[in-house]
Write a protein that binds this ligand. Structure first.
Ligand SMILES: *Cc1c(COP(=O)(O)O)cnc(C)c1O
Length: 415
């Protein structure tokens, strides 16, 4: 950062603070990760200077020789990684990607099904004040009250009743694997387009640890590239060839102008990394770590949503400890563990003051933490939530966490 340091000391100091925070604390927000130095370089590359509205070989500006090469490379790698017929790598992020799919395939007020938001759906899956909830008629499906898993019989019953034009599966806070075959069968029965939003689990699917919705005949798959994929903050849309034209037109010129070519470059690098065997080992370790965490927390008497996890994330109800999600988040933050408060299924409290917390292992696994460290993390988390007002104890845990974290450097950061 020598140029920033020389030119703008104010910004430099802020960046240094964030570097220190990322290095010394334990990042357990399940949607975050640490990208490789190569991805960081691509995001700071000279592709940021370019404008390239349109698609490879069909642009509205000159000088596209190398941009076309990088965009085609990103597309080819994504196709291979997810076994996709068609890929659009231009969406700016996950929410614009989902918006583009709806804009391409639905009409105003068409009926769509998605998981109820406070049970794990994303805001783009029908939040009433979002674009999705305002322009489309979202009908929610639910998890079962006892098992806390998606109730497929209920999904089918609701689908037969409301006849959705499109059904969204794939979530933001659901710790279990998804029954892609079951969802596709329901879509076929009611004539709905099957859409998977794998924003959270794409890295686990690319890393061959979870099943790929395309293998079950899904029509459209969207994903962010910055969560378990461990790439730049962005997204892609993948689909069957028959939806390709509509999707491409909806992204540009339907919703976006020029693509962010430096991010496309970083996506090409991210997909290149994910095609390597090391990435499969990484994805496997993410799950081993989250399962270890679940096992230890269960031993310590925690109440985990669904009792455990199949993927990278866990949800825990804080009610048995007599505290709220927010209090747990604050105490853990004070002790150097970053995660977020979250609703649990059928939460009696609201989304701004929910009963639970959500956390996961993708970032910690990138740093090299494995099962022995996860056992320590479980012990620390348990100590903190059970003694959340004891500042001295929290400070002690913070120091222990810092000492462990400094042994596992963050890629791309040297303090
Ligand atoms: C994160 C996420 C998104 C949106 O991604 P942004 O890049 O934050 O817009 C969409 N869908 C799901 C399921 C997500 O988890």
């Amino acid at each position: 950062m020598s140029a920033i340091q020389a030119q703008d000391p104010t910004v430099y100091e802020i960046l240094r603070g964030e570097m220190k925070r990322q290095s010394e604390g334990l990042e357990m927000i399940p949607s975050e990760n640490y990208v490789s130095p190569a991805v960081l370089e691509a995001m700071g590359s000279i592709f940021t200077n370019k404008y390239s509205e349109g698609y490879p070989e069909k642009r509205y500006y000159g000088g596209q020789h190398f941009v076309d090469q990088i965009e085609n490379l990103a597309i080819d790698r994504a196709k291979k990684l997810f076994n996709a017929e068609h890929v659009n790598v231009q969406p700016y992020s996950g929410s614009p990607a989902n918006s583009a799919v709806y804009f391409a395939l639905l009409n105003y007020k068409d009926t769509v099904m998605g998981l109820k938001l406070d049970q794990g759906g994303h805001i783009t899956h029908g939040l009433p004040i979002s674009f999705s909830g305002k322009f489309y008629n979202f009908v929610p499906y639910f998890v079962d009250k006892d098992t806390q898993r998606i109730d497929m019989a209920e999904v089918r019953r609701i689908a037969l009743e409301c006849k959705p034009k499109l059904l969204v599966a794939g979530y933001t806070a659901y710790p279990r694997d998804i029954d892609w075959a079951g969802f596709k069968a329901i879509c076929d029965e009611v004539g709905a387009i099957a859409m998977a939003d794998i924003s959270h689990t794409a890295g686990l699917i690319a890393g061959k640890q979870l099943k790929n919705p395309f293998d079950f005949g899904f029509d459209v798959v969207t994903t962010t590239t910055h969560k378990t994929m461990r790439g730049p903050r962005s997204a892609i849309i993948m689909c069957k060839e028959k939806y390709a034209k509509a999707i491409d037109k909806a992204v540009f010129p339907g919703l976006q102008g020029g693509p962010h070519d430096h991010t496309t470059c970083a996506k090409a690098i991210c997909f290149g990394e994910a095609l390597k065997p090391e990435f499969q080992a990484y994805a496997a370790q993410i799950i081993k770590n989250s399962k270890t965490l679940a096992e230890e927390l269960n031993k310590l008497g925690w109440k985990l949503v669904t009792g455990g996890t199949d993927n990278h994330l866990l949800l825990a109800d804080m009610t048995p400890f007599g505290i709220k999600g927010m209090e747990a988040e604050d105490a853990l933050d004070f002790a150097g563990i970053t995660l977020n408060k979250n609703t649990v299924p059928y939460d009696p409290r609201g989304p701004f003051d929910p009963s639970g917390i959500r956390f996961g292992t993708p970032a910690a696994t990138t740093r090299g933490l494995k099962e022995p460290e996860m056992r320590k993390v479980a012990t620390w988390m348990n100590k903190v939530v059970r003694n959340h007002t004891d500042k001295e104890l929290l400070a002690g845990v913070k120091e222990e966490i810092k000492q462990m974290c400094l042994k596992f450097p963050v890629p791309g950061i040297s303090l």
